[in-house]
Design a protein around this ligand. Sequence first.
Ligand code: ATP
Ligand code: MG
Length: 171
Amino acid sequence: MVGLVHLYTGNGKGKTSAAFGLALRMAGHGGKVLIVQFLKGMPTGEVIAAKKIPEIEVMRFGSKEFVNPKKPRPEDLEMARKGLYAAKGAMSSGEYRLVVLDEINVAVSFNLLSENDVIAAVKERHPSTEVVLTGRYAPKSFYDLADYVTEFKEIKHPFSRGVPAREGIEF
Ligand code: ATP
Ligand code: MG
């Protein structure tokens, strides 16, 4: 089967959960999955659960603190680059049926990674590897690159009425 490219972007909730849902589906058919997370370092339920599934591997390249988009630290840059390097190797190896690049759109929009480096890595993937790019603020070039483009649009979110992130729902 030929591997295609998915883009999950927009300001609505559900992008990362959708990507993990797809990982679950692939794992159910015995396909190996790699999830590479950019920017994120905090423990989240989906990562804890994914570790219990033998077909799913997770690599994280983020710290526990939020990255300041206006002033990223050298280590933020370093981690993002390491993440792309690892993702690139995994995508071209043919070892994985699915590679998820979670929050990579945000890493690009914060200038931690270049749009063109990401596009080149995705294009050089093994022909049978499916790729998912997630995160807000995807550049136009990612819309062109992807075969599936889904925008998650916020209509309502309880955060705007002061409800803080809830365990098992937001993280
Ligand atoms: P999820 O991780 O729940 O699948 P997501 O990947 O679409 O959502 P992100 O844009 O990556 O969400 O945002 C990161 C965090 O902010 C997540 O915990 C998410 O649930 C939460 N979130 C998503 N949309 C909003 C919003 N409109 N307002 C506040 N918090 C949000
Ligand atoms: Mg997300």
